[in-house]
Each structure stands twice: as C-alpha cells, then as structure tokens.
Design a protein around this ligand. Structure first.
Ligand code: ZN
Length: 219
C-alpha cells in the first residue's frame, strides 16, 4: 500500500468494519467495543472514504483508534488499521513450519518476559530446526549457516551478521555449569537474527509465490 486511499481495496469481505476482529490492546478481549467517535474523509470525485473511529472497550474502558475503509467501487472489501495494537504475540505466520513457529513464539515471549536464558535457548533451538529443515551440514549453528551461505540458500550479509551474534557460539544442548547468565542484549540479538532468518527462508519465498499466483490469475 503506497497511499492510504488504497486501504480496503483488498482485505476482508464486506463494506463495514468487522468490529469482532478488533482486539483490545489492553485486555486482549475482541469485539466488545462501542463507537464513541466517528469522522469521515471523502476522496475527491469518488465514493471512496476513510473512516476515523474511536472505539471504547466495554471490558476495560480502554480506547483504540481505528482507521478503516471499504473498496472504492461497490465496497466488496474493506480493511483497517488499529492503534494501539496488542503487543503480546499470539501466533506465528501460518506458512512457517509448525515446530519452528512454536519455538519462535516461545523465544519472543521469553524476550517480553525478560527470561534471557530461556529466550536464547529457544532461539537457538528454532535456528537449529530451520537450518536442518534446509538440509544444512555442519556440527554447530555457525558451520550450518556457513554451509547454507556457500550453497546460496542464505545471502552473504546474513553469514557476515552471524559472526557478530555471540549467542550462536553457545551450545544449548551441553550447557556449561560455569556459564553465566545470558546478557539481555545478546538474547535480543539472537532473536532478531532468527526473525530475519525465518523471514528470508520462509516468508520471502511464500510472498513471491503468492505474487506469482496473483499474476497468473490476472492474466
Ligand atoms: Zn479492553
């Protein structure tokens, strides 16, 4: 989307905001809202309009602001953006392998809860699974990343970045009793590396695939 006037040109079906989909950022309840403010901005020479709506949560009395719009011709679809959104991560992208996604989710939650050791362990386990899923060879994470880079599966920039991720060198399968607590920044760094790796290995090819399917359907 390169203009807000494109909001709603694709998205959910119907020409009204599906309030039941909106989740309160404060209490995580969905759909229990009443509208307390509504304004519209019309596109010149068109039926297209942007709706500015403030919703009050009946459960906790928090407020969310929703910007939503139906498609320009016929209102077959609509889409929306909410501020603020829930910061708690509830699920992983459905095109990721299930086990990898589950470990990723636990790594994210451990970062939010500041369980740094657990976050690093889960991130390393998720990386291990993803690298094996891509048939990486090597007896540790670094060597497996090097192997995938040498085959062109991972770009050189990721291989170079891996050299700076300190937690990649730790062996979670054989913890050392002398090992100190995980540094918070090191935990955040390996989780961020994991995020990019999963985006690159699973989300990027998936989006290209969807783009291709759309092009084929259009032709
Ligand atoms: Zn609420």
């Amino acid at each position: 989307m390169s203009s807000w006037w494109q909001l709603g040109e694709s998205g959910y079906s119907g020409n009204k905001l599906g309030v039941y989909r909106v989740t309160c950022a404060f209490c995580m309840e969905s759909g229990k809202f009443k509208s307390v403010f509504h304004a519209e901005k019309k596109k010149p020479n068109s039926d297209k309009k942007l709706n500015f709506e403030t919703l009050e949560c009946a459960n906790c009395n928090g407020y969310v602001m929703v910007l939503w719009s139906a498609s320009e011709y016929g209102g077959r679809s609509h889409d929306y953006r909410v501020l603020p959104w829930p910061l708690q991560i509830e699920k992983f992208p459905e095109h990721w392998p299930e086990t990898i996604g589950r470990y990723w989710l636990q790594a994210q939650r451990n970062i939010q809860d500041e369980n740094w050791d657990a976050a690093a362990v889960m991130a390393r386990s998720a990386l291990q699974l993803a690298l094996r899923d891509q048939h990486a060879n090597g007896n540790n994470l670094k060597r497996e990343i090097d192997d995938l880079a040498s085959k062109g599966v991972l770009p050189p920039t990721m291989q170079e970045w891996a050299n700076h991720i300190r937690e990649l060198g730790n062996d979670s399968a054989h913890p050392n009793p002398e090992q100190g607590p995980t540094n918070p920044q090191d935990a955040r760094d390996i989780v961020e590396f994991l995020n990019f790796l999963l985006e690159y290995l699973y989300t990027f090819p998936y989006q290209i695939q969807r783009y291709r399917e759309r092009r084929e359907n259009d032709e």
